[in-house]
Write a protein that binds this ligand. Sequence first.
Ligand code: T4K
Length: 374
Amino acid sequence: MKKELIFNQRINVTQPKLPDYKMYTELLKEIWENKWLTNDGPLHERFKEQVKKTLLVENAELFTNGHLALEIALKSLDLSGEVITTPFTFASTTHAISNCGLTPVFCDIDPLTYNIDPDKIEQLITPNTSAIVAVHVFGTPCDVGRIEEIAKKHQLKVIYDAAHAFGVEINGQGIGSFGDISMFSLHATKVFHSIEGGLLTYKEKRLAAKIKSLKNFGITSPETVDYIGTNAKMNEFQAAMGLCNLESIRNDIHSRGKVYEAYLEGLNDLPLVRTLIQQDGVKPNYAYFPMVLPSREERDQLFESLKGYNVFARKYFYPLCNQFSCYKNFGFETPIAKDISDGVLCLPMYADLKVEQVQQITEIIKLELGEQLE
Ligand code: T4K
């Protein structure tokens, strides 16, 4: 350990981007004037229109958080039985499926993108399968073309958990325009946030009324309740934060790109470390910087030693969802996902992280991995 490499302040895996304080308080004044705090207020409506333009989508609805948005997406499509999904994700994805009374069926992942492997989906399809819930993990797009083909062939719905993928485009098309529905998380820890928040983008306009109703207790008119809904509405304070953060989203992604390049440069001479691949035609958002070490022991050792330097990386996503005590009896082997999950470590990644700080982090990693090898 080199004392001069210890950071004075804690460097976390992420840090929320906060807008100009005055800009936010100007919008708060509007809330005070309107006396409208939640339930489709004027800032909510403005935010929704602007976010649609940013994401290049036609249909969108806002929610209080991403998890409830995902549950509503599943409910709105009247699914039943089994849903094929990835185990390499945050607990939310699998829990949303289970909370809707559906059974998650875990499919292994692609070793380069860490996303659900389309080659392994069809063998898991049974007469009870109704949908595929794929995750654009770390903001890397799934193989949307292959997934669509499989879904069409077997008449399955496709929902993308795009929690990490705000702003990502594939050949100039917004990532939220693929599949039946996509869910974006607007949580404080994300590339773009509204404190807490969620967003659904969807293909068929006819879903609008049902999705809106499901987030408002299933109410369909003042005297009718047609669905067993919930309360998942975004409030005006969240919408105000979203509106402010939209102003800087392009610059924020650009700054993240610089961080990403600095990591690649600093780590590329470490033969034992794998990092995310970049895909042709994809406009990335640099949501996370995952590195994968050859074994769990090496990953855990580095994770612990980084803490000594005040660097708090995270093991996203370890353990796998199919290793959680609540799912481990489901009985699906996913060896590639296990390998990635055992070795993965997400390094600090946020717009305000300085290139010099990244250089210091990569220097620490090289030093510590060098010492591990000795
Ligand atoms: N699907 C996927 C694939 C997801 O990754 C997620 C959420 C969802 C669905 C559900 O979306 P939401 O319902 O959350 O909208 C964090 C986030 O809470 C969670 O949103 C996210 N995924 C997950 C990957 O990461 P934790 O338990 O790691 O959060 P926490 O509190 O440990 O924070 C992480 C780091 O961020 C800490 O080092 C400190 C820093 N931080 C955090 C907050 C909240 C700050 O500096 N300031 C803050 O305000 O889950």
